[in-house]
Ligand binder design. Structure first.
Ligand SMILES: *[C@@H]1O[C@H](CO)[C@@H](O)[C@H](O)[C@H]1NC(C)=O
Ligand SMILES: [Zn+2]
Length: 421
């Protein structure tokens, strides 16, 4: 009897202590065509009152598509909405959990860091630290401060062969928590800069000082591993404690909250209480200001296969648009030549939607950095063949990395040739 009681108490404690990982069994993903103002308003209503619905990515343009996750308890409601608003939809995924289950290959305990699977924050940080041991003269660890949940925000500086007065290039990975491919590709590119035997790459690698941050939203990233794979934002609780986090890429001090954002703390595009309300964005911006001779800034996101220029806050073209446009066209050609992947190219506002408070806009507008390109990497959308969104199967990490890096090499070579990098 006594033993039984103890057992009961023990199991009660465990159930309460372990946060269970969210599952998406039988959740469906629909593609919805936003054809008119009514459809757009409806989508915005769903975003503000989700009750289990979740959008795969932000939206904001009429005549565009959006992917919506529909939980089983909403199937009935959803068919009614489809009828009432005459929505054109396409069922992409019948069981989202299966897509998650396919993402990672099986790994043994002894697997070492590589690019055949995704790695959690600790493993990525361990690898960065190990690089400083392996390449003590070329690689320095940089800690720009603490996240809201008190994790370090770590990156590295790479200066191959030493030397001063080099121009600098920065990579910003994983600002959005669920975009795992960005951390994987940024670490792959870092490895390539250190180990490639290709002459072009060696020359490029030695020519610049590289500031590389694979995970700029560590709390969000950890949360996608432990609790909810679909998490996008940071993890600071809202004042009423009902919802968590801000969209870090809406939180920068640049036309803050003037479009493409939400003031609802439960929304995935919540801009935050005020500019730089998140310790992650504030400290990152402060750090960027200290980088000497910053010639190029690259934020990495997924998905959709876009190469983008600022700005997101306006349809107006940026100062050196034509210069960067010519470079970008060559870059997407080079990217396509690798695996046939087609990237769309243009300014954020023009190819995607208006979005304010993005890091790239801040860098371009405040620091006047010459070369600023944002990637939305695989998968392909709205092409029919890819339905994973940001749940990109691990076997695509390397092909994605190779094609992205190739285009990035072209961007820097072309920019150097005309004296802007
Ligand atoms: C930016 O471009 C200008 C030419 O337009 C060049 O003089 C300057 O050195 C560039 N800045 C950097 C950091 O590369
Ligand atoms: Zn993103």
């Amino acid at each position: 009897m006594k033993i039984k009681l103890i057992f009961l108490i023990l199991s009660f404690v465990t159930v309460n202590a372990v946060i269970e990982k969210a599952r998406y069994d039988n959740y469906r993903v629909y593609e919805i065509n936003i054809e008119n103002e009514d459809h757009l308003k409806l989508m915005q209503e769903i975003e503000n009152f989700p009750d289990g619905y979740k959008f795969m990515e932000p939206f904001g343009k009429i005549k565009s598509n959006v992917r919506l996750i529909v939980p089983p308890h909403k199937f009935g409601d959803f068919s009614e909405l489809v009828e009432r608003f005459e929505l054109k939809t396409r069922l992409l995924v019948t069981n989202l959990q299966e897509v998650f289950d396919r993402e990672q290959p099986k790994r043994t305990k002894r697997s070492t860091f590589d690019w055949s699977s995704y790695w959690d924050l600790d493993k990525i940080y361990d690898w960065l630290k190990q690089l400083t041991v392996q390449y003590p003269n070329d690689v320095t660890l940089i800690n720009i401060g603490k996240s809201y949940e008190n994790r370090d925000i770590l990156g590295v500086k790479v200066n191959i062969g030493g030397g001063t007065n080099k121009k600098s290039v920065m990579f910003e990975g994983l600002h959005h928590a669920r975009e795992w491919i960005t951390a994987a590709t940024v670490t792959w590119m870092l490895n390539e800069l250190l180990t490639s035997t290709d002459n072009e790459v060696r020359e490029l690698a030695a020519n610049y000082e590289w500031y590389i941050f694979p995970v700029t939203n560590p709390d969000g990233y950890v949360y996608t591993w432990t609790t909810n794979r679909m998490w996008r934002k940071t993890r600071k609780p809202s004042s009423n404690l009902l919802c968590y986090g801000s969209d870090p890429n809406r939180n920068w001090d640049n036309f803050f909250n003037q479009g493409g954002t939400s003031m609802n703390p439960c929304s995935d595009t919540y801009a935050g209480e005020f500019t730089f309300s998140e310790p992650e964005t504030r400290q990152l911006s402060e750090f960027i200001k200290t980088i000497p001779n910053l010639a190029a800034y690259f934020p990495f996101h997924s998905f959709g296969q876009y190469l983008m220029l600022p700005y997101g806050w306006t349809h107006e073209l940026l100062e050196n648009y034509h210069q960067l446009y010519a470079i970008g066209e060559k870059a997407i050609e080079a990217l396509k030549a690798v695996n046939g992947r087609v990237y769309k190219f243009g300014s954020i506002a023009n190819v995607l939607y208006i979005a304010t408070g993005a890091s790239i806009d801040w860098v371009k507008y405040e620091l006047k950095t010459n070369v600023t390109f944002e990637y939305e990497m695989r998968d392909d959308y709205p092409a029919a063949r890819d339905t994973n969104g940001f749940i990109l199967p691990a076997e695509e990490i390397i092909p994605n990395s190779i094609e992205v890096f190739r285009s990035l090499v072209v961007i820097l070579q072309e920019a150097k040739a005309i004296g802007i990098a």
